[in-house]
Write a protein that binds this ligand. Sequence first.
Ligand SMILES: O=C(O)CCC(=O)C(=O)O
Ligand SMILES: [Fe+2]
Length: 314
Amino acid sequence: MSLVESAAAASDGAFDSIPVINIRDASTPERRASLAHEIRSACINVGFFYITGHGIPQETIDNLVAAMESYFSLPLETKMKLHHKEIGPNFKGYNPPLGSNVDPANMGDIRESFFTPDSEELVSTENEGAMTATNVWPSEPAGFRDAFLDYFHVALGVGRLLFRLFALALDLPETPRTTGPVSDGYVGIGAHSDFECFAMLWQQPDIQALQILNSEKQWINATPIPGTLVINIGDQLARWTNDIFRSTVHRATNRTGVHRYSVVLFIGSDRDVSMEAIPSCVSADRPSKYETITAGDYLAKRLDEMYYKNMPPA
Ligand SMILES: O=C(O)CCC(=O)C(=O)O
Ligand SMILES: [Fe+2]
């Protein structure tokens, strides 16, 4: 079936569960084709899936979570010394509770976070706009940077494999070169779709917080499954696929009274890539929905809304 036909035959987002896909064995073209088939169905129907068999050692995750626990339990004044809005416009550093508001219907996102946006070898230290320029690291705890980069390097390998599988799921060559009961108000992070191609989320076991919205306007729990990462499609990939791959709205709220940690790695397209619908995702019945924009300009616009424009008056 073509992509457009698969999309027309799909369930139209009335999902009630999130698929689990084991990516452990992706070494042969046959296995990758079979994984791509599963991923295609998950992306068309849900926009979210869990992966098992990702190969990120538990110790790497444990070290990162321990570093996060030490960092986030520092006094607010210490963390505020690296407030990203003071450092500059490029989203590097600490983001305090209520420092963002992703859903303009809300008053603010309660979660706090730290932006460590890029691998030091990969990212340009030039100021080229949102999420570029030199990384910022807290001076304590001492192991924060190493713990983060250890996780980042392994997780990026998983992200690169997923990119190949997404390409296969879109009938493209594996290595394409593209030219072109929660109350509202304050929640951990309000209802939103992600901005980049896809996100890879490690979430703390035992705490239910992440929920994803289906077409019936029901919130479906993305309950933590130990040993998995949650993968979800973001808006860049939805634009490329003319919404055949679903960028599903989600939110996270922790009402347990116990701290919850999550690690989100957003995998996006290079900044200068122009995001135009893939031809196989467009037909007479399904005209192209989005204007063409570069990935960098799109990301900058969305970040500006979330961290500045949507903020309620102080
Ligand atoms: O913490 C979570 O479970 C989700 C966070 C999220 O959706 C985001 O940072 O975009
Ligand atoms: Fe998100």
